[in-house]
Write a protein that binds this ligand. Structure first.
Ligand SMILES: Cc1cc2nc3c(=O)[nH]c(=O)nc-3n(C[C@H](O)[C@H](O)[C@H](O)COP(=O)(O)OP(=O)(O)OC[C@H]3O[C@@H](n4cnc5c(N)ncnc54)[C@H](O)[C@@H]3O)c2cc1C
Length: 453
């Protein structure tokens, strides 16, 4: 693979304008090596794509990771969120209260694995100060249910048994962040935007010959970068590598006094069941679950050899674009309702105003897939967000373009490139899920769960 500053490609076609696609476009547009490269970004829906994983009212922004490399990368991202990138309400630093429902003396180490490792990383690796907030502490330990209750007092319910709050974490207005990134890309004047859906890639023996759009048009480029999120398994064979998992979101309206009461809370995130509540904004509260999710098995022609007649079954997103009446399944409704009743009892009976199934692109280890394709030399893939990539919006593009160029700018870059590499072994089971404090059951299938209505 070529390295360094030589122009690598005369044209690059990025497909998908979520976190990975836009941040890649921005980094490419600014890097001298691509000064003469024609860059095109193509997106299937009018921007911002309403069902994209990157588009929502809020996303958690935190360096609190059990994995040191992501914690370190996020330590680079946090100052950007606190600066111009997160200005005008795009970022709010209200803290992150990471809790477990298990007690400290539980023998089950897995029960609070994530919490313990994340705490270690933010304090030892990133050097955040431990102590009470009033005394200048950035990370406050909560060793009893009463300590959790004190931090989350305005919720009025049972918010967890122990954990810690990182006052230097926060949340982003997700759609506003992506819109801002798009403006930054536009301002470079280097990227041509198109709204059109890619129907399929036309594969040759060892490269992609062309990109075929749904409207019949055929495009070619030196490099094709797929940043198509949970839809990627429709375009290339990712069986055993990455898969779409449907995650539940439920929204409810608040009164102004309720907004005032709850509006400056830290995000509450429970490792024991994956449930979380981000502080409300504009009188809307969101309850969600970081879960194993629903698979949506779909039989499609083999994306890399459709003419062979071979079909494969992969999990693909189903969203309100496909079915405007699609709501969360009863088990998900129940999980959100029970968590709301437990943590904010005064809202226990408040009906949802909106629900949504939003799609992660899960990989077995939760590491993203940022790599050249092992078989097709002009195909690059930037996906596999595994439910945690949004927060990296301001920084991930530079790292992605490092991988495109084959450059390791530092030890962290080397470590990340190894994590994001095309896996040598495939996951054996039908459905992929990531095991990082996920809630819900493993192996749920969307249609089966919806049918329980
Ligand atoms: C419910 C939920 C909660 C989350 N919470 C957090 C959080 O708190 N913090 C955090 O950091 N991360 C969070 N994430 C994860 C984060 O949002 C994702 O990892 C990230 O947004 C993934 O970005 P992406 O670019 O891969 O995908 P997307 O944003 O989905 O972008 C892919 C784009 O490709 C387009 N596309 C697909 N197929 C085609 C085609 N054939 N032709 C043209 N265009 C196409 C789509 O329309 C879409 O716009 C959450 C995700 C979900 C679903």
């Amino acid at each position: 693979m070529a390295t360094g500053t030589a122009p690598l490609h005369s044209s690059i076609l990025i497909v998908g304008s979520g976190v990975f696609g836009l941040s890649t476009a921005y980094a490419l547009a600014q890097r001298p090596a691509f000064r003469n490269t024609k860059i095109t970004l193509i997106e299937r829906l009018e921007f911002p794509a309403s069902d994209a994983s990157s588009i929502d009212s809020s996303r958690i922004i935190r360096p609190d990771y059990a994995d040191g490399a992501y914690a370190a990368l996020m330590a680079e991202g946090m100052p950007l969120w606190r600066g111009e990138f997160g200005a005008e309400g795009r970022y709010t630093e209200a803290g992150l209260c990471l809790v477990t429902d298990e007690t400290a003396d539980d023998n089950d180490e897995d029960a609070h694995y994530y919490l313990v490792r994340a705490l270690e990383n933010v304090t030892k690796r990133l050097g955040l100060r431990v102590g009470k907030r009033e005394a200048g502490g950035q990370v406050e330990l909560m060793e009893t249910p009463e300590a959790v209750q004190r931090v989350m007092a305005s919720m009025g319910g049972d918010c967890g048994r122990r954990g810690y709050v990182n006052w230097t974490s926060g949340w982003a207005d997700a759609e506003a962040g992506v819109r801002h990134m798009r403006k930054l890309v536009e301002a470079t004047g280097r990227v041509q935007f198109r709204t059109a859906e890619v129907r399929r890639l036309r594969f040759g023996e060892d490269k992609v010959e062309a990109v075929e759009l749904v409207n019949g048009e055929v495009l070619t480029a030196d490099l094709i970068a797929l940043a198509t999120g949970a839809w990627t398994p429709k375009l290339i064979d990712l069986r055993g590598i990455a898969s779409a998992t449907g995650q539940i979101l439920a929204y409810l309206d608040l009164t102004q006094p309720e907004q005032d009461r709850l509006g400056s809370n830290p995000t509450l995130l429970c490792e024991s069941n994956g449930m979380f509540i981000i502080q409300p904004r504009n009188r809307v509260l969101k309850v969600a679950r970081h879960g194993y999710g629903y698979a949506n098995p779909t039989c499609i022609p083999h994306p890399e050899r459709p003419e062979s007649g071979e079909t494969i079954t992969v999990s693909l997103p189903r969203t309100k674009q496909d079915d405007p009446y699609l709501d969360i399944a009863p088990e998900g409704d129940k999980a959100c309702r029970e968590y709301l009743a437990k943590t904010i009892p005064s809202l226990a009976d408040r009906p949802w105003t909106y629900t949504r199934i939003c799609w992660y692109t899960d990989t077995p280890k939760g590491d993203w897939l940022i790599s050249y394709h092992p078989k097709y030399s002009n195909l690059f893939v930037a996906t596999g967000g595994s439910g945690h990539a949004y927060k990296f919006l301001p920084v991930v593009g530079e790292r992605i373009v490092d991988v495109i160029q084959g450059v390791d700018r530092d030890e962290l870059g080397k470590e990340l490139r190894a994590k994001w590499a095309w896996p040598s072994a495939k996951w054996k089971e039908d459905h992929i899920w990531t095991d990082d404090w996920r809630g819900g059951k493993k192996g749920m299938v969307l249609d089966e769960e919806l049918a329980r209505s």
